[in-house]
Design a protein around this ligand. Structure first.
Ligand SMILES: *[C@@H]1O[C@H](CO)[C@@H](O)[C@H](O)[C@H]1NC(C)=O
Ligand SMILES: *[C@@H]1O[C@H](CO)[C@@H](O)[C@H](O)[C@H]1NC(C)=O
Ligand SMILES: *[C@@H]1O[C@H](CO)[C@@H](O)[C@H](O)[C@H]1NC(C)=O
Length: 772
């Protein structure tokens, strides 16, 4: 499971897997991130840097600490290369709140804006002047600034509040920035401390010690969120049309925290957060997640801690949910102040057809852009039949050229990057590839820019084709490529790979929050890497088509920019609430959203509140607002003590003596947790709605919709009517959820408040947990 889901991680990871050849010996010192209580600084030190470098923080005065990064905006403290003794001594220091080991993380659209319900002349787009007063900070692999998607034509001057900079370095001069790309910085100290300077800067053709993007991922996510309009965009003819970001006039600030080799260090990511907030970004987009599949508690996760600081200063933070779906509990980036985004398909596909010698046809997906196969039938072979597991997966050196030369080769998905399998087939003399899903991938297909004629196919069809190959004396096949198909139904569908709930840290909080387009997304690309990211792929392309929750996250970041622009007074929680309560739970056939992995109806554990619907998010009617005090109450409720919470908030907090229900966090979704051994089957949770509609006088009525087959679930709402007035913009209510008993499948429904004009929808999910 883990290895097959690995192959779904995006281009950076693909590259990583291929370049992880010369890992360096582990030095005895390593980088630690030190969370300091800033109030403890004695006044004799003129700056925090001087304080951190003084004997106050070193166990041995002959070895003062040299901070790598000093954090002073969303986080207070520093990172430094330390040995075990120094780290332990810091842990005892009364001014130190926490010491973390620096860890590595990995990176987890012409048509998508239209698909989100945006129309050029209507609603959100014109009202918000496309978000030109908003800066979106992208924490990623940097940018390729010459792309048309970074054009600043017709943009008004840079917002006066902007304090960021255009840092220069190899391949990146100050003129790379303009009124679109308003800032660019890079953060390499954590990476260099771990891997050595050469890993970052050793070969300028591979990596740039500057904000320039050697990988492509950062250029893609930045232009998905806020790319300028580019006409005649396409990837090798596929997805031709007008490319534009979700917020085409919003400004981009690039914070390069991930490097082409070996990924992104926590200490560098945190420095990116810190600078982005002090530079004045309004939205931060982070398509990065932990690679180990284990979620750290919020106070041990520098990303959660850094984003708390951003959020509390009014900066909206969107993160990717991860690509380890469809396994339950695979969702990452779980903190309640983050907006966690899963991936759905869009109504565009790149069909290809496999035709077998016996005339049967199977449809799959491909972004192959080279010379097509000739019309004549070719021999087809499944190396896994005789060659074992590694040959079935078309791993490096596993294919016998005598067996595959001149043939179409069937490769199973998993263990190595999809495009790398094509390279193995081509190098062994194969002329085509059929990439078959395994059972865990189901029928979910993503397009790839393969280096040879290739087609991805679902698990079921793959099995049928394999049995034809095995049972025929002379199996033959060909692949026919059919270009771009739009208007695909049903769409959206929850992508197979999209990470799923429940939330492994706090099941009382539903994650992911929502889904957004994340399959086959067209956006700008770097010139420093080919579209597959393979070292041997020398193709240069202005645009590339990628899939992943990495692609879904910047759709929400762009949407947040438009909402922030239209409603400058909304908090990050209000912006998230507007997106969640207006999200669609139906597809473009007006049927319930389907899970690509199973073909069955999906649940809120798969899609959160639903699929982003931007046109409706502009005017949600009501929002569920949240501030720092609410998050602190939640942390108390899940059992964190005041000292641990201070690691996150950095201001001292007190928890109420009587424990509150974690479910009472005023979130736009409701997740009720019952203990399997405890007799309780009923819980009452509280919510407060704020009227943000244009009319201050409004009457909303509650409606409960239970999913079919949820006979055991009862939901009562008190009061059932909310009357808002100018004086009473906020109204509270209670939701009592009663369940029949533990079930093996998710139990869920919806609470919908309606005034006849707005529908304010919240998913209600019931989970049963084993006590610890
Ligand atoms: C840099 O890398 C490229 C591609 O791997 C290689 O062709 C070139 O020789 C390298 N240059 C140096 C100075 O190592
Ligand atoms: C596709 O992209 C190429 C290269 O940028 C461009 O020349 C061509 O006009 C584009 N085609 C369409 C149909 O937009
Ligand atoms: C079940 O749990 C609730 C809250 O944790 C507690 O108040 C109650 O006493 C428990 N009931 C039983 C029967 O253990």
């Amino acid at each position: 499971m883990a290895s097959s889901s690995l192959s779904l991680f995006l281009s950076l990871l693909l590259t990583l897997t291929l370049t992880l050849t010369n890992s360096l010996p582990q030095p005895e010192r390593q980088t630690y991130i030190v969370r300091v209580n800033p109030r403890a600084k004695p006044t004799i030190f003129t700056s925090h840097y001087h304080w951190y470098a003084s004997s106050a923080f070193s166990s041995d005065s002959s070895q003062p600490i040299t901070p790598l990064h000093v954090y002073d905006t969303v986080f207070h403290g520093f990172s430094a290369s330390l040995d075990q003794t120094q780290a332990n001594s810091l842990r005892q220091n009364p001014s130190v709140l926490a010491v973390y080991e620096d860890r590595v993380r990995h990176l987890h659209t012409t048509r998508s804006p239209q698909f989100l319900g945006l129309r050029t002349q209507l609603g959100l787009w014109s009202l918000s002047d496309y978000g030109s007063d908003v800066v979106v900070g992208i924490l990623d692999t940097g940018v390729w600034p010459e792309r048309r998607s970074f054009s600043d034509r017709n943009l008004p001057p840079v917002p006066a509040t902007w304090r960021g900079q255009c840092e220069t370095g190899p391949g990146f001069s100050a003129s790379a920035c303009n009124k679109k790309l308003v800032g660019a910085r890079f953060f390499s100290k954590g990476h260099s401390a771990k891997y050595g300077k050469e890993a970052v800067a050793g070969n300028a053709s591979v990596e740039f010690l500057s904000p320039r993007d050697a990988d492509g991922h950062g250029t893609h996510t930045a232009t998905t969120a806020a790319g300028s309009i580019a006409f005649d965009a396409n990837f090798s003819g596929y997805a031709a049309g007008v490319a534009k970001g979700v917020a085409p006039k919003a400004r981009v600030a690039a914070y390069k925290v991930c490097w082409k080799n070996q990924g992104c260090l926590d200490s560098d990511i945190l420095a990116g957060f810190d600078k982005a907030v002090s530079d004045g970004v309004n939205v931060i987009s982070v398509s990065i997640g932990g690679g180990d599949g284990v979620a750290s508690p919020y106070y041990l996760d520098p990303i959660a801690v850094g984003s708390y600081g951003a959020n509390s200063r009014g900066v909206f933070v969107a993160t990717s949910a991860g690509n380890d779906g469809p396994s339950p509990m695979s969702v990452t980036n779980l903190a309640p102040w983050l907006t966690t985004v899963g991936a759905g398909t869009i109504d565009r596909s790149f069909p290809a057809e496999i035709v077998l010698g016996d005339g049967r046809k199977f449809s799959g997906v491909s972004l192959y852009a080279g010379k097509p196969l000739s019309d004549k039938m070719l021999s087809i072979v499944y190396p896994g039949r005789a060659g074992g597991l590694s040959a079935s997966l078309c791993m490096e050196n596993s294919l016998d050229p005598k067996a595959v030369a001149g043939k179409i080769v069937i490769c199973d998905r998993g263990s190595s990057p999809r495009v790398a399998k094509g390279l193995v087939v081509r190098d062994a003399g194969g002329v085509g590839m059929i990439l078959a899903n395994g059972a865990t991938n189901g029928e979910g297909l993503v397009g790839d820019a393969h280096v040879l004629p290739a087609c991805a196919i679902g698990a079921h069809e793959g099995d049928v084709i394999k049995s034809y190959v095995i049972s025929s004396a002379n199996p033959m096949a060909t692949i026919v490529f059919k270009g771009t198909l739009v208007g695909v139904k049903p769409a959206p569908v929850v992508a197979s790979f999209s990470a799923r709930g429940p939330n492994g840290l706090s099941p009382e909080l539903l994650k992911p929050d929502l889904i957004a387009p994340g399959v086959n997304i067209l956006a700008a690309w770097t010139d420093a890497a080919g579209p597959t990211g393979l070292e041997t792929d020398s193709r240069k392309t202005e645009f590339n088509i990628l899939s992943g929750t990495s692609m879904a996250c910047p759709h929400v970041s762009g949407a947040a920019a438009l909402l922030k622009s239209a409603h400058p007074d909304w908090s990050p929680a209000a912006i998230r609430s507007a997106m969640m309560t207006t999200a669609s739970v139906n597809d473009n056939q007006d049927e319930q959203l389907v899970d690509e992995a199973t073909g069955h109806v999906a649940t809120p554990l798969d899609f959160g509140a639903g699929h982003l619907n931007l046109a409706r998010a502009l005017d949600p009617g009501l929002v569920y607002d949240l501030g720092d005090a609410d998050y602190v109450s939640f942390l108390c409720a899940i059992g964190y003590d005041a000292r641990i919470i201070q690691v996150i908030t950095h201001v001292p907090v007190t928890c109420p003596r009587r424990k509150q229900l974690a479910e009472n966090l005023n979130y736009p979704s409701i997740s009720v947790v019952f203990s399997q051994t405890n007799g309780s089957r009923s819980k009452t949770v509280l919510r407060t709605a704020t009227n943000v509609g244009t009319k201050p006088e409004a009457i909303y009525n509650a409606k409960v919709e239970l999913a079919s087959g949820m006979n055991g679930l009862k939901v009562a709402v008190r009061p059932e009517t909310l009357s808002f007035t100018k004086a009473a913009r906020k109204q509270s209510f209670a939701v009592t959820v009663t369940a029949a008993g533990p079930t093996s499948t998710p139990v869920y429904g919806y609470l919908v408040w309606s005034d006849g004009e707005h529908e304010v929808r919240s998913p209600i999910v019931v989970s049963w947990v084993q006590p610890m």
